[in-house]
Design a protein around this ligand. Structure first.
Ligand SMILES: [Zn+2]
Length: 90
């Protein structure tokens, strides 16, 4: 009878991802697997699209921002919100 919200479910922007459908929510929470869809430090939702092999290092994940939910097609975030300044690899 005294269910307390965990981690403040109200008013946090992180909560907007996964609220569009159960599939995305499940894909992000991943209890029985490692989620490949996750919110980054910048509050942007990223999806891992593959593995990259770097010589001498462990394979790394290749992440791309997700603009639309891959399951239901809901727009999750606007392309304009992303800024990629100073993120150029040479
Ligand atoms: Zn969805």
């Amino acid at each position: 009878m005294a269910d307390e919200p965990v981690g403040g479910a109200e008013g946090t922007e992180d909560e907007e991802f996964g609220s569009c459908c159960a599939e995305l929510k499940e894909a992000m929470s991943g209890k029985e697997f490692d989620p490949l869809i996750a919110v980054g430090e910048d509050g942007i939702l990223y999806m891992s699209v593959g593995l990259i092999d770097i010589e001498g290092e462990e394979p790394g994940m290749v992440d791309h921002p997700v603009f639309f939910c891959p399951f239901c097609g809901t727009e999750l975030q606007a392309r304009d919100e992303l800024r990629q300044d100073g993120d150029v690899n040479t």
